[in-house]
Design a protein around this ligand. Structure first.
Ligand code: FAD
Length: 419
């Protein structure tokens, strides 16, 4: 699929940026560039209309505060206003231990810790935003049959018959990125031997917009507060429940009553009776990162570049941070009259994202290993650690600001500024 040093044929439709993959990350890059002079084409194998109508895959995203600013700045947040709920506080506990860590959003003075967004609402809001974009061409359902990356640009031949030429291709085609593979970019990956069981529950009592993360011996169990309808009854939560593969398969095979009873044993009775209100889904969990984020006239973004354990709800958040950095790098280069696909421009993007992505991959991996076991001394050490952080306001504030996506050399869109 991938060749180099081929001239750009004149019959091709000419754009500046070709985005391969129109999922959460690809669509957000398109939205970020839609208000700039850059001409953009986006190709996705899925028909967006069908993707919106498709059965909800159960996932809900905890979007950090800085990424809420990004989604607002690129015109997606306005379409989500009725369907998101804030995360005000987070309570982290270690199994039955009484020691816990409590993040109270008021301690940072910045606003909520983040927002819960259901997958299908985010898709719809992205689709609405992109439908109104003048400098964007969407090819979906379609796919890149052949991609040639030459010194002067890229040429893509689509299975649907169109030919596109661009200065730069962006691979946002997810964890199993064919674009990445065709470019010969290897990945390092490992499986945790864990499955994430995801479902939505209704509960008798209000969640008061508090997220709970419990570390159980098989892995983390998260209760994440969803908006409960137009009047926000605050009685729905998204569950991400980690178990070893074998037990997870057995749990997935239970009937509804047995499943609810098993869930209830982890959930506890603090929100009254619970009812599993939608289907359940299972995702194998692993870590994966590409050996580099760029190649000749190619930039990787989102899960195509890095995929991580959902323990801290950061996978999409890191992808959106890629979007903010990439959009700023490209717009700056264009303003300076540079070729947006040249190596020095792409190197700025790769450098900007390297540390942040590596830190988060290491943090999610370390947390999962530290907490997914029941070894006495390890348990004692981590409980003391949680309690100590809880009692050290400056350290606690730093961790909270990390979770809110407010730490580091932030691109403009994450600071709420236009490009
Ligand atoms: C259980 C679970 C819970 C999670 N919870 C959170 C959370 O709370 N917060 C968070 O930040 N993250 C979370 N994540 C991570 C998040 O789901 C991913 O990081 C995110 O979906 C990645 O988005 P993406 O656009 O990079 O990839 P994808 O969503 O995989 O999109 C890839 C797109 O590319 C298209 N495509 C694929 N191949 C091609 C091709 N050859 N040509 C054209 N198009 C192609 C696909 O159709 C798709 O639209 C969670 C993940 C799991 C498994």
């Amino acid at each position: 699929m991938d060749r180099t040093d081929t001239p750009r044929p004149s019959a091709a439709e000419d754009v500046d940026v070709l985005i391969i993959g129109g999922g959460f990350v690809g669509s957000t890059i398109a939205a970020a560039l839609a208000g700039t002079p850059l001409r953009v084409a986006m190709v996705d194998t899925q028909d967006p209309a069908q993707a919106i109508g498709a059965e909800f895959d159960g996932r809900s995203f905890a979007i950090s505060l800085s990424n809420q600013r990004l989604l607002d700045g690129v015109g997606i947040w306005a379409g989500l206003a009725d369907s998101v709920g804030p995360i005000l506080d987070i309570r982290i506990s270690d199994g039955p231990s009484l020691m816990f860590l409590h993040y109270d959003h008021r301690e940072t003075g910045e606003g909520p810790m983040g927002f819960m967004v259901e997958n299908h609402h985010l898709r719809r809001a992205q689709h609405e935003r992109l439908s109104a974009a003048a400098n964007l061409r969407v090819f979906a359902p379609d796919r890149v049959a052949e991609l040639e990356r030459g010194t002067g640009g890229v040429t893509a031949r689509l299975a649907g018959g169109a030919t596109l030429s661009a200065r730069l291709a962006v691979a946002a085609d997810g964890r199993f990125s064919q674009t990445r593979a065709a470019a010969g970019i290897g990945v390092t990956k490992w499986s945790y031997g864990q499955t994430g069981i995801v479902c939505t529950v209704r509960h008798e009592r209000r969640h008061d917009h508090v997220a709970h993360e419990r570390f159980l011996p098989a892995g983390p169990f998260a209760i994440l507060p969803l908006k409960g309808g137009p009047e926000d009854a605050a009685n729905r939560s998204s569950i991400v429940w980690t178990e070893g593969h074998e037990l997870a398969s057995a749990i997935m095979a239970l009937d509804d009553d047995e499943f609810t009873a098993e869930l209830g044993r982890r959930f506890g009775g603090f929100m009254g009776a619970i009812e599993v209100s939608e289907h359940r889904y299972a995702f194998p969990l692993g870590l994966q990162f590409a050996e580099r984020m760029t190649d000749r006239r190619l930039a990787l973004a989102g899960d195509a570049a890095h995929a991580m354990h959902p323990i801290a709800g950061q996978g999409l958040n890191m992808g959106l941070r890629d979007v903010a950095a990439l959009a700023e790098v490209l717009v700056d280069a264009h303003r300076l009259g540079l070729d947006i696909g040249e190596a020095s421009v792409l190197e700025r993007y790769a450098r900007w994202r390297r540390f942040d992505n590596t830190l988060m991959l290491a943090a999610t991996d370390g947390l999962n290993r530290l907490f997914s076991n029941d070894i006495g001394p390890v348990r004692l050490a981590r409980d003391v650690g949680l309690a100590a952080v809880n009692k050290l306001p400056p350290l606690k504030r730093l961790f909270m600001r990390h979770a809110m996506g407010l730490v580091g050399d932030l691109p403009k869109l994450l600071r709420g500024q236009p490009l």
